[in-house]
Design a protein around this ligand. Structure first.
Ligand code: ZN
Length: 111
């Protein structure tokens, strides 16, 4: 998935001074930038987190909906399903819910 957004880039030119005011010269580029969305695997990305939700339906078709706590440790979330089934022996259907960080990445200007 990708898209593009209009952008304005400003770059200070090192050592360049406008004679009359003494301020740095700023160069601006107008154009479009391409973006792409992909999993964020950078060191500072938020951690991937897991949880499970009970999907077992009662006689009227209403799902249980009880969920484990969200955890960075998959085994903690998974183990909740066994504890839930111990207290609700007919609850055997679950959904894994994964919260995985994604980020928009700039892939360069286009014309
Ligand atoms: Zn349940």
């Amino acid at each position: 998935m990708s898209g593009r957004t209009p952008t304005v880039e400003s770059t200070e030119v090192p050592g360049a001074r406008q004679p009359s005011r003494g301020t740095a010269v700023v160069r601006q580029t107008f154009g479009y930038v391409n973006w792409t969305l992909r999993p964020n695997r950078e060191p500072d990305a938020p951690p991937t987190r897991f949880k499970f939700r009970c999907l077992t339906e009662d006689e009227s078709g209403k799902p249980c909906g009880t969920e484990s706590k969200e955890s960075e440790n998959f085994a903690i979330a998974r183990d909740w399903t066994f504890a839930h089934m111990q207290s609700h022996p007919t609850h055997v259907s679950y959904a894994e819910v994964v919260v995985r960080p994604w980020a928009m990445w700039r892939i360069g200007p286009t014309r």
